[in-house]
Design a protein around this ligand. Sequence first.
Ligand SMILES: *[C@@H]1O[C@H](CO)[C@@H](O)[C@H](O)[C@H]1NC(C)=O
Ligand SMILES: *[C@@H]1O[C@H](CO)[C@@H](O)[C@H](O)[C@H]1NC(C)=O
Ligand SMILES: *[C@@H]1O[C@H](CO)[C@@H](O)[C@H](O)[C@H]1NC(C)=O
Ligand SMILES: *[C@@H]1O[C@H](CO)[C@@H](O)[C@H](O)[C@H]1NC(C)=O
Ligand SMILES: *[C@@H]1O[C@H](CO)[C@@H](O)[C@H](O)[C@H]1NC(C)=O
Ligand SMILES: *[C@@H]1O[C@H](CO)[C@@H](O)[C@H](O)[C@H]1NC(C)=O
Length: 538
Amino acid sequence: MKQSILLQFLLGIVVCFGVFFCTNAEDPYRFYTWEVTYGIRAPLGVPQQVILINNQFPGPAIEAVTNDNIIVNVINQLDEPFLFTWHGIKQRRTTWQDGVLGTNCPIPPHTNWTYKFQLKDQIGSYMYYPSTLMHRASGGFGAINVNQRSVISIPYPEPDGDVTLVVGDWYINGSKALQERLDSGLDLPLPDGLLINGAINSYSFTGQKGKTYKVRVTNVGISTSINFRIQGHPMTLIEVEGSHSLQEVYESLDIHPGQSVAVLVTLRWSVKDYFIVASTRFTKPILTTTGILRYIGSNTPASLPLPVGPTYHVHWSMKQARTIRLNLTANAARPNPQGSFHYGQINIMRTLVLANAKAQINGKLRYAVNGISYVDPTTPLKLADWFNITGVFCLNNIKDSPSPIPQVLGVSVFGFTLHDFVEIVFQNTESITQSWHLDGSSFYVVGYGGGNWTTGLRRRYNLVDGIPRHTVQVYPLGWTAILVSLDNKGMWNLRSQNWSKRYLGQQVYLRVWNDEKSLFTEADIPANALLCGKALQL
Ligand SMILES: *[C@@H]1O[C@H](CO)[C@@H](O)[C@H](O)[C@H]1NC(C)=O
Ligand SMILES: *[C@@H]1O[C@H](CO)[C@@H](O)[C@H](O)[C@H]1NC(C)=O
Ligand SMILES: *[C@@H]1O[C@H](CO)[C@@H](O)[C@H](O)[C@H]1NC(C)=O
Ligand SMILES: *[C@@H]1O[C@H](CO)[C@@H](O)[C@H](O)[C@H]1NC(C)=O
Ligand SMILES: *[C@@H]1O[C@H](CO)[C@@H](O)[C@H](O)[C@H]1NC(C)=O
Ligand SMILES: *[C@@H]1O[C@H](CO)[C@@H](O)[C@H](O)[C@H]1NC(C)=O
């Protein structure tokens, strides 16, 4: 018995070595050179400055396969420092490629820097966007589609085609004007419109009657939750941010900022055009944009009225959210069933209750988490860790639960040990919907509720088939609870996807650490790492 365990352990090591030293060499490489520039486009009919990637708005989709190595040489032709972040890509052992100011120095204007990362054990629909300042409000975003390896089965019939939709709110004022407005202490107004793949009311997709298409929809917006629907065509949900969901059928789906879903849509009706609709949730007025689903051979335009979606209806949204669950028997990127990690049976080692709040600090509008409004230090947190630079951050200055202290500016870093199993409760103290994203890991969503969270509510958690995802909404004056196994060493950003809130401080970092220095748990700092702040003076 003991011997066979030892043997398994040794075999495990061999496989590990194999994975570690061979994967990068064996798995395919995809090379990209992305020139990031300003340019003029008129997505809402008014010419405005936008951010382009190789002259494209939105940016090109990365089409890849699980375990591919992605090499992106980014040439920053903007007049400001710049970074991309790869939203939902776990960056296993390579926090160095996460592309947020806590992990990377920004790429200075008119220079280039090359990201190198692997889509290790991931499958599904993700995205990328600029993480610096308010750049993202001007573009530079796009989809990352990770398809299964040929040896992996998927829990739905192979679709006849693929459609990728990046949908999001849009402002006519560019990122600099929005940033100035925030810097001056004002919140952002309602967006000016909603875009589907960079266009309002003009996107179209043509498909063949009788065929089934996989439609990936990502909310790339900076502040607004959307509802998505296709006239007369129910959608079968198949994937949510890398997890294969129970295949429920929906007339319409709420998608919050930073979230992605994939659905199957069968073109089963008569040959004509149908409306694709996205509309904002929880806003007054409601903004709506349409696209067209065109059957091949159609010469009949889509007919009004547009399919209706929910309007305010927070409860509707929460009820729908609870139906989005994990298919325990299906596999994801690897052949083992998704349900084999029994997250509901693991002891919680630490609980964070994170309360967001609008604050006035030094007379300026800020957003805070547990009393601290985050400010990026000039030295990335991860570089401070690596080079043993003191005075950049201290651990756990932020409290694990909301504190009544006056709100202050600060550098919020929670210290965790590698493999800690943690409960995080997002307590929403505002009467608007929030959206929170974690880098480096996905988490199990175990509960949503209204009012204030209490420990007694754990009894209502879904400890069986909660969906693992990387971005979750928190309803007005309500709470959302997640469980996460912190198995990825690094410095990971936990942030509001409401970009003005993040810009004004609604973010923290989780430092996942152990003292052992090993390439099995964390890669060395890349040879091309940029240095800045105190790391320059070493
Ligand atoms: C900048 O781009 C050149 C090729 O155009 C490449 O050789 C070089 O490695 C890049 N520099 C960085 C830091 O990525
Ligand atoms: C757009 O920017 C201009 C100039 O900065 C400003 O006057 C205006 O209020 C802004 N509009 C919105 C909707 O933010
Ligand atoms: C779950 O996945 C299995 C494949 O393992 C598939 O056959 C089944 O239809 C899926 N069930 C639902 C409800 O999505
Ligand atoms: C930082 O300190 C650790 C532990 O004392 C040491 O192992 C490591 O080599 C130091 N790193 C640098 C870059 O000096
Ligand atoms: C984002 O923040 C703005 C400003 O507080 C607010 O109006 C909007 O409702 C928020 N949206 C979401 C989805 O949190
Ligand atoms: C939730 O807690 C906050 C802060 O303690 C309090 O002001 C508020 O009244 C509570 N809300 C409810 C519904 O109990």
